[in-house]
Structure formats: C-alpha cells, structure tokens
Ligand binder design. Structure first.
Ligand code: 4AD
Ligand code: MG
Length: 481
C-alpha cells in the first residue's frame, strides 16, 4: 500500500517523513485546512494546503464527502486540537462529492436524521465509534468462548420450528401468493412449497444448540435471529443478533455464573481496546443529557457505569422476592405503574424491571424461578412449592437503562414432563421428535441462555435507541437499505 492509515499517523513521531493519506473530506476551512477521515480512527488528520500553488479547479473539488489523496510531510501541528498534521505537497481528488447534494454537512445532525441516511451515517464520528465498539464486542464474545473451549456452532436460519413457542415468526416461502395451492380441505398446501413443508426464519438457535451441546458438551451460537413481534420500542428489532451458549451438565447456578462472567469480560474488553471510542461516546452522552432535567440525567457517566458493572457482583433474587419488592414499592402503592402488580403470577413489564435495577438495586439483577405459565415450554420445572405454586428454572438478567439483556434457563431434561408441557401449551410433538430424542438417548441436566447482542451494544455505547447500534435496522414498516 502506498498510503498510511490515519490512526497510525496520529500516533507517529516521525516528523519530516513524507506520507500519503487517502480518505474522505470532513471539512475544508479557509481554503487551507482539510480534515480527512479514513475510518481507521474517529479522529481526522488535518492536511494543510498551499492554496497559492494549488490549481483552482482542485480547490473547488475539495468538498465535504469527496475522496482525496494527499501527499505531504508529517509535521508537528502549530494549531490547537491536533498533535500532528500533514503539510501537503500534492493533493488530488479520487472521487468527487457534490457539496450541494451530499446530505452530511459539517455540523451536528440529529440521530433521527442520520437514521434516514443510514447508508451514509458510517461516515460520522458517532457511528464510527459505535460500530468499532460493536466490532470489539463481537470479537470478545468469540474470544471468551474460544478461551473456554466452547464450540462455535452455526445453527440454521431457516427452520420449521418455533423455538420460543410464541408464534412470532416470519414465513419463508416460494409459493405464488396470488395463486396458492390448496389441499382438499382448502388449507394452503405447503407440500408444494420449496421445502415441502411450512418454514420460517429462526427466532432462536437454541433447540439445535441443545442437540449439539448433548454431544460436544459446551457450544455457542452467534447469529441473526428474527421476530415478527409488532413492538415499536427503542429496544426491539425484527432482525437482531443473538449469542446463545448451551452447556451439558450445567445447572442454573453454573448458567448464571457463565452469563455474568461473559458480560463482564466483553465489556472490559471494549473498555480496554476502544478507549478513544468510549471516551467519545461518554462525551456525546454528557452533551445529550445536558438538555434533560437534572433528575433524568445519569448519576454515573458512561465510563463509570461500565466500570461499575465490570467490578460489582450482579444481584440475584427469585421472581417471588421481586414481586414482594414491587408490591411494596412506591410506584405500585401510589398507582404510578401503568400495569399494577396485583400479586404473584404477574408478568413483569419493562417498567417493573427498570424499577428493580434502576431505583431499587441500582445494578444488574439476575431474576430466577419465574412462574411456569409466563415462560417457555422447555424450561426445567421446579417442585411445586408449599403454596402450590409452579415455577421454572428460568433466569433473566436485567440491566439499567436496558431492561432484559439475557434470557435463559436450565432445560427440562425429563422426557415425560417435557411432552406433557408441550401438549399443555399446544406445541405439536410430532414435528419435534428430533428435539425430544435428546431426552430419549442419554438425557442430562443442561442449561443455556441468549444475550441480545444489540442490547449489549446499546448498553456499552450509552446509546438510547437500538436502531442506532445495528447498521441497517429492521423494524415494523421499515426494511430500508
Ligand atoms: O428471552 P429470549 O426470547 O430467549 C430466547 O430466545 C432463548 N431461546 C435464549 C436461550 O436460552 N438460548 O431472547 C434472548 C434475548 C433477550 O433477553 C433480549 O436481550 C434479546 O434476546 N431479544 C431481542 N433483542 C432485540 N430485539 C428483539 N425483538 C429481541 N427479542 C429478544
Ligand atoms: Mg426473554
């Protein structure tokens, strides 16, 4: 390569050396100072142009968004705000950018506006920082599991099953929607479809992950998952990435410990390897919060918050204990919750989860032993308690500002209990014989969980809308790009 990456140049001490920079113009001031960014750093390098000896038609084409090549001498900067700069001896335009039409102007744009031009938002400091942190977290996830001898398993994207039993699936079909084949009963005849059966995009790799765990011991999946839930919130996507480890011979306590270790490990890795990006995001958040009333601002800044999570144990408590706390809480007593907690059995809404983590405990919380009725069919059933309550060995990890970050459980390994439960909730066992085989042939206690990767990125970057931490978000009525 003839050019040097800007990240390297910004660290360099080799003053007087001739260098070549290639990148995109962020700003051009006084016909003299060009700020160039090549994506390697959130910071730009400044090239100083000798405008008297640069042809006018070149100067005119140095516009925001244009791609340029600058040859020059690396020097210590005279000006404030940067340590080094390039004294240009030659500048040429690689790709023009019409300043009138280029949507990114050298000023602050709102996140909402940038979402509409998501194809260009990578070229801003904020999104450079976000996606560098996302990249570091993804790498750290693999590093964590590889260091612990877990096998990375690629589970299918197209499946015939509904792993969560919640019916929130996107159908996959090649049938002609204007001319659907019918059975004699008048139903759509999926035997005519591409796979000869009805198929959908996966909501979770868990069921296939369980098959692999009962052979390899410890596995993980990390891939895209799809949910056709019509949730237009700042924490839901229709397409999101999920990390799902599954471990044979793990009970719920082991499962919780692994999840806590994983989250701390990857956040620490981001802090260690992305200090500039996280500092940039910390400052961005402080700035953004200035417009909020004091009471709504965070007590800790981003770096303090991340360090706090890495350094402190998560709180662990049962669903029953959480209901007690919520029943006695001020917002419940004063009827400030939208959904009042009337008693045991209530499903927790995000307002309740947030009360527990943000107001009551002020740290991440692992909630276990939920009522069976509000959780998935595959979770291990606890013995019925003295009050006749049936719970399952579920665990949800709740994070400040995020709510549910992790959902997992110990799995029901007993064949009869599992089949009974599937019948109760109406999951057809005949299509799941392959899954039930794990409980027929050498069934063992096993556990796993799923981390919503975008929620992890959301927390680590201090962003507030999940649409800003995935490159091209898919949400109800939006599949742009
Ligand atoms: O709690 P969930 O539905 O659990 C499962 O899918 C299990 N099969 C996981 C397992 O045990 N292997 O989803 C797991 C996590 C949630 O805690 C949340 O962080 C994230 O996935 N998640 C979403 N993230 C973004 N958008 C959505 N629509 C999400 N739905 C779930
Ligand atoms: Mg869940």
């Amino acid at each position: 390569m003839e050019h040097t990456r800007i990240k390297e140049l910004l660290k360099s001490e080799e003053f007087g050396k001739e260098v070549i920079v290639k990148g995109w113009v962020r700003t051009f001031r006084n016909n003299q100072f060009v700020a160039i960014n090549d994506g390697s750093s959130i910071n730009n390098i400044q090239a100083v142009i000798d405008f008297e000896n640069t042809p006018d038609d070149i100067l005119r084409r140095i516009t925001t968004g244009a791609a340029v090549r600058v040859k020059g001498i690396l020097v210590e900067s005279q000006g404030k705000g940067q340590r080094v700069e390039v004294k240009a001896t030659d500048i040429s335009i690689i790709g023009d950018s019409d300043a009138e039409k280029f949507p990114l102007q050298p000023k602050k744009h709102s996140l909402e506006f940038l979402r509409e031009i998501a194809h260009l938002r990578f070229r801003t400091g904020t999104f450079n920082a976000i996606f560098k942190v996302r990249n570091a977290l993804a790498f750290a996830v693999n590093k964590f599991f590889q260091e612990r001898d877990f096998v990375y398993m690629h589970t299918p994207i197209i499946t015939g099953s509904d792993a969560e039993g919640a019916g929130e699936m996107f159908r996959v079909t090649t049938l002609d929607l204007n001319n659907l084949p019918r059975t004699e009963q008048g139903d759509i005849d999926f035997k005519e479809d591409f796979f000869g059966k009805s198929t959908n995009l996966t909501v979770s790799g868990q069921l296939e992950g369980e098959l692999a765990a009962l052979a390899f011991g410890n596995i993980y999946t990390f891939g895209p998952t799809f949910r056709a839930e019509n949730s237009n919130t700042t924490r839901h996507l229709a397409e999101f990435w999920m990390i799902e480890p599954e471990m044979a011979f793990y009970e719920l306590e082991d499962n919780m410990q692994l999840a806590e270790d994983l989250l701390k490990y990857v956040i620490r890795y981001a802090l260690d390897t992305c200090p500039e990006e996280i500092e940039f995001l910390r400052a961005r958040l402080l700035e953004e919060e200035k417009s909020k009333p004091q009471a709504d601002r965070s007590e800790l800044d981003l770096v303090e918050k991340l360090n706090f999570v890495v350094q402190n144990d998560f709180v662990r408590l049962t669903y029953t204990e959480a209901i007690d706390i919520l029943m006695k809480s001020k917002p419940n007593q004063k009827k400030q919750f939208k959904y009042l907690i009337e008693g045991w059995g209530a499903d927790l809404q995000s307002e309740h989860e947030r009360y527990l983590v943000e107001k009551h405990f002020k740290k991440p919380v692992i909630l276990i032993d939920y009522p069976r009725e509000i959780k998935s069919f595959y979770m291990k059933q606890n013995p019925v308690d003295a009050q006749g309550r049936q719970t399952v060995r579920a665990m949800d990890i709740l994070f400040p500002g995020i709510g549910e970050m992790v959902g997992g459980s110990q799995r029901e390994e007993n064949l009869e209990k599992l089949i009974t439960r599937m019948n109760e909730v109406g999951i057809p066992t005949e299509e799941m014989e392959w899954f039930l085989d794990t409980r027929r042939f050498g069934s063992v206690p096993h556990s796993g969980f799923g981390v919503g990767f975008e929620r992890l990125v959301l927390f680590t970057t201090g962003m507030t809308n999940i649409r800003d931490v995935i490159p091209f978000p898919r949400t109800p009525k939006n599949a742009e790009f």
